[in-house]
Design a protein around this ligand. Structure first.
Ligand code: ATP
Length: 324
């Protein structure tokens, strides 16, 4: 998002009508320049209303993320910083950069839009403006990568708890870190490590949850997906959801290094979307089929293969899918 678009949004944030002329003179540009930017912002997905004679405003009911609103709704967590940006390339990338440049551990960053949202294995996470939650938490750990086994699955448990607290039903987890509702993908989790895998390191925990995904954008998602607007009876406030996610993730992080994944394993397995089903583990080189037997304390998925043997699988390159 350009600086001018950022400035226009800062004025529209109050929810009132603003004429192109007033916006232009407040921002030191012509009415036409404002109009052009508003068109572009609408194309990005920003819901705008315009009335002849009154001007432009954000569509009623549309809520921008606000650090103050999120913070006021926190019950358990106390993040060091909560940053909200209109646009970032990726909240994970931003949090990673902070890890090396300033004291950002224990902070959370949100963006209304990601221009290069990422999934695992270099896939894209579609991140249109104001349509979802895109957030990253930066957290420091002392005991190295070994103590972090299963963390990304445990984060799935925390995200599910936040969604259940908001009244959602039928929330399941797909190994290793997808959030499903009624068999469709609602969100994803992406963990990245910065620092020393043997000792002190920081982990970036990225979470994306679809709230009001525009259908046109959804057409570009190459697997069944859903959003909270389709799954809940009443509209869900993104600021409230953001606060619930922070609370649940911080509760988990506070004791993960001592409790480990074993403390979350039963809950994870009770929500496992694929437990007992015939599935395939896919790597860039081979596909292995078997029946899913749940996960172990290290967060690896266990499969019973055709010959009766049980094999565990773990690692960022693996993908678990229902067998065709
Ligand atoms: P795996 O099943 O192994 O997790 P995945 O393809 O689901 O593989 P992820 O990294 O979890 O990989 O997510 C990226 C994938 O999710 C994309 O390739 C796309 O298929 C899908 N996707 C992208 N954006 C969205 C979105 N906003 N909502 C739901 N799904 C999305």
């Amino acid at each position: 998002m350009s600086e001018l678009q950022d400035n226009i949004l800062a004025v529209l944030k109050d929810g009132g009508f603003h004429s192109g002329e007033v916006l232009g003179s407040a921002l030191g540009v012509s009415r036409t320049a404002v109009w052009k930017q508003l068109q572009k912002m609408q194309n990005m997905g920003l819901p705008l209303e315009s009335i002849k004679g009154s001007g432009y405003r954000l569509a009623q009911g549309f809520e921008l993320l606000s650090a103050a609103d999120i913070s006021a709704q926190l019950k358990a967590a106390c993040p060091r910083h909560i940053d909200v940006f209109h646009s970032l390339n990726s909240t994970n990338t931003f949090a990673r950069e902070q890890a090396t440049s300033r004291d950002y551990a224990g902070s959370v960053v949100f963006a209304e839009q990601q221009t290069s949202g990422r999934g695992r294995r270099g896939t894209e996470w579609l991140s249109p403006f104001g349509a979802s939650i895109y957030m990253s938490v930066l957290w420091d750990f002392e005991q190295g990568a070994q103590a972090l086994e299963g963390l990304s699955l445990a984060v799935g448990v925390a995200v599910r708890r936040a969604l259940l607290d908001l009244g959602l039903a039928d929330v399941s987890l797909k190994w290793p870190n997808d959030i499903y509702v009624r068999g469709k993908k609602l969100g994803g989790i992406l963990l990245e490590m910065v620092g020393d895998p043997e000792g002190h390191c920081s982990v970036v925990i990225g979470v994306g949850i679809n709230v009001s995904m525009p259908l046109a954008t959804g057409l570009n998602i190459d697997q069944p997906w859903t959003d909270l607007d389709s799954e809940s009876f009443s509209p869900i406030s993104r600021n409230r959801l953001a606060a619930q996610l922070i609370d649940q993730i911080f509760i988990l992080l506070a004791d993960f290094e001592t409790a480990g994944f074993s403390a979350y394993r039963d809950e994870w397995e009770s929500a496992d979307a694929l437990n007992g089903l015939h599935c395939a583990i896919i790597t860039p080189r081979e596909t292995t089929s078997g029946v899913v037997l749940g996960v172990d304390n290290g967060g690896a998925v266990r499969l019973r293969l055709a010959d009766g043997s049980i094999q565990r699988f773990i690692g960022g390159e693996l993908s678990l899918r229902l067998a065709k």
